[in-house]
Structure formats: C-alpha cells, structure tokens
Design a binder for this molecule. Structure first.
Ligand SMILES: Cc1cc2nc3c(=O)[nH]c(=O)nc-3n(C[C@H](O)[C@H](O)[C@H](O)COP(=O)(O)O)c2cc1C
Length: 398
C-alpha cells in the first residue's frame, strides 16, 4: 500500500460543481491510507453533496461557514493544521476568486491564509474551462506556485464530452502526496541561513554597507521552517521582520556574523549563505563623531574574514550553498566561487542597477559542479520554494 499519506493532515476544499460527488470516494481513499482529512465545503457545494457524507467518512466535523466555530477562527486553524490542501472540484468561480484574492466564504478565506502547498483541480464545462478569464486565472495561480491538476477529456455533465472532466482519483491522491512530501521535505533537518547586509562603522554614526535587505534569506527561512526544518537565521541590519517561529540571531558587522556562523552554521545539515558580507571594514573606528572639515577623508579599509570560505573549509557533512551577487560575467564568477569555497551549489543573482535587492521579484539561476538550472523570475517567496525543491533534490543525489 502507498504509505505516503499515513499520519498526514490534509485539507480538502469542495466547490459547487457536479463532480463534487467524486470527492466522497477520494475522501474515503485518503482516510483508508491513514490521512486525517478535514473538509471545507462552499455553500454551493452543499447543493450537490451533503456535509454528512464527508463527516461520516472522516469522522470529523465538516466546515461550511466562516461562522461555524466561533470559539476559534476556523480558516486560520484549518490551514495551520494542514500539511497540504486540495481544492477539487475547483469551480471557475472559486478559481477566479482565488486568483483575485477574494475571500467571501470559508474556503476562499482559508486559501488566502494558507502557506502550505495547494493543488487546484478544475472541473467544469469545456466552454467555461476554455474561457479566457478561466485560462488567465489558472495562469496566475500557476505563477504563484499553485499546483494545477489539469482536467481530463471525457464525458461531462449534460451528456456533453470534451475537456473539463475532473482529474482521476489517482492523480488527485498524487497531488496531495506530493504536497505533503514538499511540506515535510526538511523535517528533522537543521538549516542555517545568513541574510542581510553588514555595517562597518568608521565612527559612531557612519558606516559602509550595501543594498541588501535580507528579503531572500528571510523568504528561505520562512519556507524552510514551513517544510519542517529547525531553522536558525543569522540576520543583519534590516527593516524587514524575521519570520515567525524561526530562531533569529542578529549581527551588524562581518566579524559578528563570522563568530555566529562558526557557532551556528558549522555542523548544520544545510547552510544557505545569502548575506551580503562586506569584504573590507574601516581599519579604525573613531570613538566620537568625526568632525566635518574641508579636507578629504581617507578611510583605510582592511580585509574582513571570508565567512563562506571558512564554512567551506569546515563543512563536514553540511550541504553548503552560497549566493553570488554579480554585475558582470555572472556564471564564470559564480563557478569560480563554487570551486574555491568548496560549495555544493551556488545561486547566481544579477544585481546590475541594484536589481535583486529588496522585497519583490528576482531572477535566479542555480549552479552546481554537474549542472545548472534556471529558477526564472518570480516573487522571492516563490523563488525560495523553487530553490529549496532543487536543493533538496541535489542533496539527496549527492
Ligand atoms: C447543476 C450545476 C452544475 C454545475 N457544475 C459546475 C461545474 O462542474 N464546474 C463549475 O465551475 N461550475 C459549475 N456550476 C456552477 C457553480 O455551481 C456556480 O458557479 C457556483 O457559484 C460555484 O460556487 P462555489 O465556487 O462557491 O462553489 C454548476 C451549477 C449547476 C447548477
């Protein structure tokens, strides 16, 4: 028997489509495979199947309204407890709402609050499925990291035939199993992540720094924690908030990061170094503010420790990943760094014109000694998920 869902917690969102009746069979299969299944039905879904069917199969309450359980906020609790979510059958209406962030029933509100893998299995009449609005909405959802389980061609309601038939039970099961695997892909592993800029002061109020905000490292820390890792985030000076529930230690200078990294990154299962560490620091730091004068100011800079190279020298069994923010010859520079610092992989980030800094979109490519993978252009949270998928696969095949 397939044991991938044994002990898993999954959430099923059932919408008001004719295929809603098929979800009873899937629910039963999930329960028989050892999963704990919560079911949310849209009010329209209740016109097709009774909640009693699902509550009998799961031996758990079925949720149909935001206002069902006033003692606890159901949409937050249900998505927090789930390891993966499947919306099936996903109606054109619910797909449209999700693509536009509308949250006017329990299911769409819960989906908006979800930070776990979500699979969407559309099922509808061919004309509805091929409508430009539906096509565009599904494209939006795919780009945001939702797994769309494509409908099949076959017999439809009203004795029609065409594309729009709900994917088979095996494919729906597979989508949930993949979601749960992703959600637990770092369970039991210690992950250390460095993020943000350093500040190297030459008097009490002036410093040399860089444009890093730590957004990429913070997104990676959040995603790694969601996948069950024990995460330590070493975070430099930034206005951005560290993720909830992640052990965060703060540094200001490269030397402080160096000390923290030796204590917390050496010996971890995976270390991802995204911090933009200053290569030099002012040789002297004045005790009081340097007075303005008409003379030029000469600040002599001395070399900082190379934190990543040192982690490479002591890496042991750690899977070590660096970032290369480059403005020219990206790949050649990154490959040189990969080899010299004994990294297992390196992520290349084009930072010409300050691209890649701050929240928002970024474009990344992953390089390792045997290959290369483009991660594309996307929001940093989505890139973090793609990058971790790739790193986990690389580490397993190491
Ligand atoms: C008999 C019947 C069958 C329907 N089947 C579907 C369907 O398979 N797919 C779909 O997208 N909409 C279908 N609809 C339309 C939806 O029920 C309608 O858009 C509803 O607002 C969806 O609500 P929900 O997304 O909140 O569940 C059907 C409507 C009726 C009356």
């Amino acid at each position: 028997m397939d044991r991938r869902l044994e002990g898993a917690r999954v959430l099923l969102g059932v919408c008001g489509g004719i295929a809603a009746y098929k979800m009873a069979s899937l629910t039963s299969a999930l329960v028989q495979h050892g999963a704990t299944v919560d079911v949310i039905m849209t009010p329209e879904a209740e016109r097709f199947v009774g909640p009693l069917t699902f509550s009998s199969l799961t031996a758990r309450p079925v949720y149909t309204s935001l206002w069902d359980a006033p003692e606890r906020i159901p949409h937050i609790r249900l998505v927090r407890e789930a390891q993966a979510i499947l919306v099936a059958p996903a109606t054109a209406n619910t797909i449209a709402k999700l693509a536009h962030g509308i949250a006017d029933d329990l299911l769409t509100t819960a989906l908006l609050a979800a930070r776990v893998p979500v699979a969407i299995a559309p099922a509808m009449n061919t004309a509805m499925y091929e409508h430009p609005a539906t096509i565009e909405n599904l494209t939006t959802l795919r780009a945001r990291g939702y797994e769309v389980v494509e409908p099949e061609r076959g017999f439809l309601a009203e004795r029609e035939s065409g594309v729009g038939r709900l994917a088979s039970e095996e494919r729906l099961f597979e989508a949930l199993a993949l979601g749960v695997a992703r959600r637990t892909s770092l369970a039991g592993l210690r992950v250390a992540i460095t993020a943000g800029p350093t500040r190297e002061a030459f008097d009490p109020i002036r410093f040399v720094s860089n444009a890093s905000t730590g957004a990429t490292g913070i997104a990676l820390a959040r995603e790694a924690a969601l996948r069950g890792a024990d995460v330590t985030l070493l975070l430099g000076p930034t206005q951005l908030e560290p993720p909830f529930g992640v052990r965060t230690l703060r540094f200001t200078t490269a030397e402080q990061l160096h000390a923290l990294a030796l204590d917390h990154a050496v010996g971890s299962d995976i270390t991802i170094a995204t911090a933009a560490v200053a290569d030099w620091r002012p040789a002297e730091r004045a005790e009081s503010k340097r007075k303005k004068s008409d003379d030029d100011l000469l600040v002599r800079m001395v070399r900082n420790p190379d934190v990543l190279a040192e982690l490479g020298a002591r890496k042991g069994a750690t899977f070590l990943v660096g970032f290369a923010a480059e403005t020219d010859d990206h790949e050649a520079n990154a490959r040189e760094k990969l080899a010299r610092k004994h990294l297992d992989a390196i992520v290349v980030n084009d930072v010409r014109d300050e691209r890649g800094f701050g929240p928002g979109e970024n474009t990344l490519a992953l390089l390792w000694s045997g290959g290369r993978r483009d991660l594309g252009t996307a929001e940093k949270s989505l890139l973090a998920a793609r990058l971790l998928d790739e790193l986990i696969a690389l580490r397993e095949n190491r």
